[in-house]
Design a protein around this ligand. Structure first.
Ligand SMILES: Cc1cc2nc3c(=O)[nH]c(=O)nc-3n(C[C@H](O)[C@H](O)[C@H](O)COP(=O)(O)O)c2cc1C
Length: 213
């Protein structure tokens, strides 16, 4: 294993204001396409941080399942730890950690539940096994034994054995993160990284600002 004190010098590919789209959603879409072509494992994986009613922060990885100027969508269990936190506090932070290409994107904003049609659409394209698992799992709850979960999975397989299109469980669906800020980070040599933030001004326009590394 690499020692924790080992120093890696980052790249020489710079990021200039002129390289950036005026629209941060377009910028994110472009960097996502690069992450895909660079064959990063799960390029759409992002670390989602939430804050619960007691002010406790928690983070976990989720997959980006939809990106448009309306926001960033992910799917999960509404009763999970993150779901419970979001019910009390919609504020979130997202991080795309693209270490192999020395890039990071941070998004701050608030998460709202998508409408039922959107959740249904995400559910309908999932593999059958994932649909059944969404029924069987009370995500984030403790369970005494894995066998209990496997038995529950078998029950749902039985229940839906003659059903071609498994319905979406009510406890599962999509959230949409509506951003108020983005930050695009490009690693550079000597820790002289390039950072640009996009912030919404009072008129709803995105203002781009270079940040110190
Ligand atoms: C690469 C990766 C992708 C994941 N994608 C999702 C996802 O899209 N939705 C989800 O609910 N959990 C996903 N998980 C699991 C979560 O990180 C987490 O364990 C789970 O959602 C429970 O989190 P919570 O107890 O904080 O609510 C993923 C984990 C990894 C490592």
């Amino acid at each position: 294993m690499k020692s924790l004190s080992q120093h890696t010098d980052y790249g020489d590919v710079g990021l200039e204001l002129g390289d950036l789209h005026s629209d941060p959603f377009e910028q994110l879409a472009e960097w996502l396409r690069t992450a895909e072509t660079e064959e990063i494992f799960e390029p759409n994986a992002m670390v989602l941080s939430t804050v619960d009613a007691r002010g406790e922060v928690s983070s976990r990885t989720v997959l980006l399942k939809g990106l448009s100027s309306d926001g960033l969508e992910f799917v999960t269990n509404f009763n999970s730890r993150k779901g419970r936190a979001l019910a009390d506090n919609a504020s979130v932070s997202l991080v795309f950690p693209w270490y192999p290409i020395m890039r990071q994107v941070i998004v701050r904003g608030s998460a709202v539940r998508a409408d039922d049609a959107t959740s249904d659409r995400h559910h309908s394209v999932r593999p059958r096994g994932s649909q059944l698992a969404a029924w069987a799992s009370e995500q984030s709850e403790p369970i005494a034994d894995k066998q209990i979960l496997e038995a529950r999975m078998a029950d749902y397989e039985q229940r839906f054995k003659d059903v071609e299109n498994i319905p979406r469980p009510e406890k599962w669906g999509a959230y949409r993160v509506i951003p108020t800020a983005f930050e695009f980070w490009q690693g550079r040599s000597m820790r002289f990284h390039d950072r640009f933030s996009y912030q919404l001004d009072a008129d709803g326009a995105w203002v781009i600002t270079r940040l110190q590394p």
